[in-house]
Design a protein around this ligand. Structure first.
Ligand code: GLN
Length: 451
């Protein structure tokens, strides 16, 4: 733990942490030493983790990287962090992220960009995005400041940053990990999951994080398998589907090559590879960018200057003025954009045209996957349509930013387990990720294929 505490200090220029809590990690390491003497070691004894700042941590500021939550110190622990700490893990600190997890580059954080530790090898020295929204998590792992971290994924926020930084990250089946105590973005999509250097570490962490929680109404009451013990890299007898609609227009040649490499790898591991069709893929992005903002606009109504964090009380202000001033000052531009889109699609005149329609299309997208999984065990796709882009490259163009989520959003809408694993480097020496999507509750299949 001491080495990681030192690495966190040495890596401050990357801006990965919002709050550092070395004392927490060191206390867990001490406890682990004692456990080793007494022979009663827990699954994560002494492991120092980074915790995305979306997870409420008792007594430690939790901001979702927003000004509106600055100074908010939860009096309770999220179920996920509680489980990790009960398993023996410690916390090195709270990781930077896109504000309220809205973004794909970590540039919407109130606390500034996170820098990826990667650089292009062509001499282009532009700072690269670590991906988002779990960009603090991905950069801290890639820079060896933490061995592993928590992430959350609403439309790709574990998988895309993992791909951009050459690490692993898995979003489990919706309902596997409790959302209790995780600051809500879009509740029907939000899922927590682990990010780590390899598949095995992800499996170990996911086991500690998963399981039924009666405090989350959408938590699944199903047993948590011993994923790590069962890990098996053979794909003999498995059929892997290649969804043809993911061959999007203008796909860079290097992403095509990445996919071909992935296909060759799974064939080598014994799998049969077949093409499948997910006909409604094309509608996934617009569907997501209606449903996610709709739910966000509702979830973010609670930040009113009364209950949490920031309160702006101008001279002579009444309650209404206080709400307006606090929200105008507290939310960043991307968050405001989502609230505006969300309230628009939920408004009486447009509800059926946008929100109801999006819900129907979401059902069709889920059915596409169900049908594909009648003939295949897993799906293999690129995680993102590009390697990491430069900071600033897309930050003025929300649509270009949203397009980066094209391969991750469909599995989110369908609630399926999906993982990104590193799969080589592009011509600039930047990491690329492959995505494996599984049937509901088949995290084992996803992890095995990733191994
Ligand atoms: N980039 C997507 C968005 O901005 C996904 C974010 C996430 O998964 N939290 O909504």
């Amino acid at each position: 733990a001491e080495e990681f505490v030192a690495a966190v200090e040495a890596g401050r220029a990357l801006n990965t942490f919002i709050v550092e809590t070395p004392e927490h990690a060191l206390a867990a390491a001490d406890a682990a030493d004692q456990e080793r003497e007494s022979g009663a070691v827990r699954p994560l004894s002494g492991v120092p983790l980074g915790i995305k700042d979306l997870f409420c941590t008792e007594g430690v500021q939790t901001t979702a990287a927003s000004h509106i939550l600055e100074g908010f110190v939860p009096t309770y622990e999220s179920t996920i962090t509680e489980r990790l700490f009960l398993a023996g893990a410690g916390m090195l600190g709270k990781l930077n992220m896109d504000q309220f997890a809205m973004g794909s580059s970590n540039e919407t954080s109130y606390f500034g960009n996170v820098l990826s530790p990667w650089r292009r090898n062509d001499g282009g020295n532009a700072a690269l995005a670590p991906g988002g929204s779990s960009g603090g998590s991905s950069a801290a792992i890639a820079a060896r400041m933490v061995p592993a971290a928590t992430g959350t994924d609403t439309g790709g926020s574990i998988r895309q940053p993992a791909a951009f930084t050459g690490i692993c990250g898995i979003k489990p089946t919706y309902g596997r990990c409790s959302r209790w105590g995780v600051v809500a973005f879009a509740s029907s999509l939000d899922q927590a999951g682990p990010m780590a250097r390899d598949v095995r570490d992800c499996a170990i962490l996911l086991e500690a994080m998963s399981g039924f929680d009666r405090k989350d109404a959408t938590s699944l009451d199903v047993p948590v398998p011993a994923w790590e013990a069962a890990l098996n890299g053979s794909l003999k007898g498995k059929t892997i589907g290649i969804p043809k609609e993911y061959r999007v227009d203008n796909m860079p040649a290097e992403i095509d090559a990445l996919w071909e490499r992935g296909i060759a790898l799974v064939k080598d591991a014994g799998a049969e590879v077949v093409e499948v069709s997910l006909p409604h893929t094309h509608y996934a992005l617009p569907t997501y960018y209606i449903i996610a903002p709709a739910e966000a606009s509702s979830n973010l109504a609670r930040y009113d200057g009364v209950r949490y964090g920031l309160r702006d009380l101008p001279e002579g202000a009444n309650l209404q003025d206080m709400y307006a001033a606090t929200r105008a000052d507290g939310f960043g531009p991307e968050v405001k954009r989502r609230i505006m889109i969300g309230t628009y699609v939920l408004s009486a005149g447009f509800y059926d045209a946008y929100y109801t329609k999006a819900q129907k299309v979401r059902a069709l997208i889920a059915r596409d996957f169900e049908q594909a999984f009648e003939t295949v065990d897993l799906l293999l796709t690129p995680t993102a349509p590009s390697a990491a882009f430069a900071l600033g490259e897309k930050s003025d163009d929300p649509l270009a930013m949203y397009l980066n989520d094209v391969f991750t959003v469909p599995a989110s809408l369908a609630g399926l387990p999906a993982m990104s694993v590193p799969a080589g480097l592009d011509a600039q020496g930047l990491p690329l990720g492959l995505q494996i999507i599984g049937k509901p509750l088949d995290e084992q299949g996803v992890l095995d294929a990733g191994l």
